[in-house]
Write a protein that binds this ligand. Structure first.
Ligand SMILES: NC(=O)c1ccc[n+]([C@@H]2O[C@H](COP(=O)([O-])OP(=O)(O)OC[C@H]3O[C@@H](n4cnc5c(N)ncnc54)[C@H](O)[C@@H]3O)[C@@H](O)[C@H]2O)c1
Length: 223
């Protein structure tokens, strides 16, 4: 991933957006789609969360990165700040209720709004492990981050969004949850749980301005 803002060059009714030539209006939309909006990205210090946070910031949002890894978080915040993005970093373990509640409230109250949550924080846990060898401790650990964390981010996110009747929540689920990956008992179970959470809460809020969605990713190379 390039560590710079997109390079834009105007060419009459068109513009180059990095290497792509697009109609000028499309480029305008891409640069302003999230203008004035506030987004929380969990797991935003690294990997897919970092890439999504960068894209949302490029399109105008103020971003708050939640991550348990304070060293990587500091690095990413410094990197994004250097690039001119409006970013804050928050050391949060998304499996801890008080930590999630406080951090979500802080972001929403400081900015006066919360528009977007992308919940990308996740762990894989044991792989290539038969269920008969899979420890309860590992199962609980994967549950805490992947499912309890998704529940807490949704609960406190919606609490902060409800008064404006607007919000967009996206969870990074996995094909492991949709189809079931063998030898990854915890991961497959919890990502299936995330899909159930998304479907249930999506329906609960279907008649409001708050949407809850999930993305069942297959496999991405390291970004
Ligand atoms: N990479 C893939 O191929 C793939 C495929 C399917 C689904 N997914 C899902 O996408 C999401 C992102 O994956 P990735 O490959 O970018 O992972 P990654 O390991 O690169 O990044 C995950 C980030 O989450 C943070 N994190 C972990 N536990 C946390 C916690 N309890 N609280 C707060 N932050 C925590 C980590 O510190 C890290 O910065 C995950 O939920 C993963 O399950 C990834």
């Amino acid at each position: 991933m390039a560590n710079t803002k997109p390079s834009i060059r105007k060419l009459g009714g068109y513009a180059t957006y990095n290497e792509f030539v697009l109609p000028l209006n499309d480029v305008y939309v891409m640069l302003t789609r999230f203008a004035n909006q506030v987004a929380i990205v969990t797991g935003g210090a690294d990997g897919i969360g970092k890439a999504i946070a960068k894209r949302i910031a490029t399109e105008g949002a103020t971003i708050a990165l939640f991550d348990i890894n304070h060293v990587q978080l500091e690095r990413t915040v410094a990197d994004f700040t250097r690039q001119g993005f409006a970013v804050t970093g928050h050391v949060v373990d998304i499996s801890q209720e008080s930590s999630v509640e406080k951090a979500v409230q802080t972001v929403a109250e400081t900015a006066g709004r919360l528009d977007i949550i992308v919940n990308s924080a996740g762990i894989v846990g044991p792989t290539s492990t038969k269920i008969t060898d899979y420890s309860v401790a590992d199962y609980d650990r994967v549950y805490h981050t992947n499912l309890r964390g998704a529940f807490l981010m949704t609960k406190y996110g919606i609490k902060a969004m409800e008064h404006r009747n607007y919000g967009r929540i996206l969870h990074l689920a996995s094909i492991a949850g949709k189809e079931g990956n063998p030898y990854m008992t915890g991961y497959s179970s919890m990502k299936a749980g995330v899909i159930g959470l998304v479907k249930g809460i999506g329906k609960e809020y279907a008649e409001t301005g708050i949407t809850v969605n999930g993305l069942a990713l297959l496999l991405s190379k390291r970004l």
